[in-house]
Design a binder for this molecule. Structure first.
Ligand SMILES: C[S@@+](CC[C@H](N)C(=O)[O-])C[C@H]1O[C@@H](n2cnc3c(N)ncnc32)[C@H](O)[C@@H]1O
Length: 456
């Protein structure tokens, strides 16, 4: 029987589903709950009832499951950033592997045995190389105060004041504190997206984990900012900061948002090195370019991609959604030619620069949306590598990929649901999924990365 909205019910959580929520049943009716572990007995208040399921707000864990651990972070209850801290890392890996298997079986209608054991992260804390924080106002009675942190789930203006984060290097909290004190001392105003008034929007910190370099970007509205010299002086206490940027965001209704990055001091790019097998490549990253946020595990991911691409030195390889060209550049010395396609201009600029920097002459990078670029492409790849955003490829791009008739396709996915859908499109076009390996790029969160090998 369906539970009624606003009633309180007790249920045992059976498993976690993709997206991080737990699922349990009351009288055979499915109920989704956030913030729970498999095996927990919980009390929830029903807040949404649909025809086939309901959603409940966790009120109390009546009986914690065996193995629940104390979250490490003081902000755990408010942040929502790493929701799985209460699960031991081994359990997180088990759940992620099972979720990929579920997607393969239920959504792609393929055997679960295709899914290989998940590759876990050797350091499940302090792994992120990028932190994008927002400025927000203090509580109502102290609204002029500037706070810096993340938006709790459901909030778009108020942030919590970040004092620690165990996914980032520990000194970052000190840097955030210094910027917060600076803003409060000068009485700077937080930008408000509804009124478009105020100055401070974001503080972005990027780190080269293997080089020790750090890029700091203060993002503001276009209002005048008179305190640049004082802002620069702040970083004398942080000698690891190798690039300091001030970026302004232009927002005009009906037009795409535009961000202009001005270098205040130091290097134009952040340099990071990645090691893949015998190769070590060096990457220069511009402020707005995408780069995998877990450096150590990016090396693991790319090594696996290279292994599956199984190149002999002759092949033409296409690297679609190539970002700063990392995957393609690692393939280059084992391929005849590499062609990368990417929609972000800064990333393409970085990819081209990175090819030159690493002495790679057989890689070209094209700017543009994959579907548009592919329709004008004359060369055909022998091996195709795709690493799309969460939405996946979609039917049209799958058809374009298959039309090239590559021998092998290596599909890197950050969403097992869209991946499963795309694998069925490929199957209908003659590409068999040989195997799928989940790789954990984001410990403490529900996010899952997978690599699939498809063969013609
Ligand atoms: C998951 S990232 C992969 C980046 C890269 N392979 C790496 O490992 O660093 C996805 C990339 O796809 C790009 N992108 C998103 N939509 C695109 C599109 N329609 N055409 C081309 N690139 C796109 C994004 O800018 C982003 O760089």
């Amino acid at each position: 029987m369906k539970p009624k909205k606003n009633t309180e019910v007790e249920l045992r959580i059976d498993r976690l589903v993709y997206g991080g929520k737990g699922i349990g049943q009351v009288d055979g009716f499915k109920i989704f709950v956030a913030g729970v572990a498999p095996g927990d007995l919980v009390k929830v208040r029903i807040f949404k009832v649909k025809s086939k399921y309901a959603e409940g707000l966790l009120l109390e864990v009546l009986e914690p499951s065996e193995g629940r651990v104390q979250p490490k972070c003081a902000h755990f209850d408010t942040c929502g950033g790493c929701k799985w801290q209460f699960l031991p890392y081994e359990k997180q890996l088990e759940v992620k592997e099972q979720q990929v298997r579920d997607s393969i079986e239920r959504l792609a209608d393929m055997p679960g045995e295709l899914v290989q054991p998940i590759i876990g992260c050797s350091e499940p804390w302090y792994y992120r190389n990028k932190m994008e924080l927002s400025f927000g106002p203090g509580p109502r009675e102290d609204a002029e105060r500037v706070m810096i942190g993340f938006y709790p789930p459901g909030f778009h203006y108020e942030v919590f004041d970040l004092k620690e984060c165990h996914l980032e290097n520990e000194w970052m909290a000190d840097l955030v504190g210094a910027v917060r004190d600076f803003a409060n001392k000068l009485g700077l105003k937080v930008y408000h997206s509804a009124s478009h008034e105020g100055l401070l929007r974001n503080l972005i910190i990027r780190e080269g984990k293997n080089t020790g370099e750090v890029m700091v970007i203060l993002v503001t509205s276009t209002e005048t900012f008179d305190h640049l010299e004082e802002f620069k002086a702040l970083f004398e206490a942080f000698p690891q900061v190798s690039s300091l940027y001030w970026s302004t965001v232009y927002q005009v209704k009906g037009q795409p948002t535009y961000r202009e990055d001005k270098l205040l001091s130091g290097k134009e790019t952040l340099t990071e090195e990645l090691k893949c097998g015998e190769q070590v490549l060096s990457f220069d990253i511009l402020p707005q370019a995408f780069f995998q946020t877990n450096t150590a595990q990016a090396e693991v991911l790319y090594s696996k991609v290279l292994e599956l691409a199984d190149l002999t030195g002759e092949e033409t390889v296409m690297d679609l959604y190539c970002g700063t060209g990392t995957i393609g550049l690692f393939c280059a010395h084992k391929a005849g030619k590499v062609i990368g396609i990417e929609v972000n201009e800064a990333a393409v600029d970085s990819a081209r620069q990175n090819a030159i920097k690493n002495g790679i002459k057989n890689a070209v990078f094209y700017l543009g949306a994959v579907d548009k670029r592919l329709s004008t492409m004359e060369e055909s790849p022998d091996v195709l590598i795709v690493d799309p955003p969460r939405a996946g490829l979609g039917e049209k791009v799958v058809e374009q990929c298959a039309a090239f008739e590559p021998n092998r396709i290596v599909y890197v996915s950050c969403n097992p649901t869209s991946m499963a859908r795309d694998l069925t499109y490929f199957k209908n076009l003659g590409y068999k999924t040989a195997h799928v390996t989940p790789v954990d790029m984001f410990p403490q969160t529900h996010h899952i990365e997978s690599i699939c090998l498809l063969e013609r």
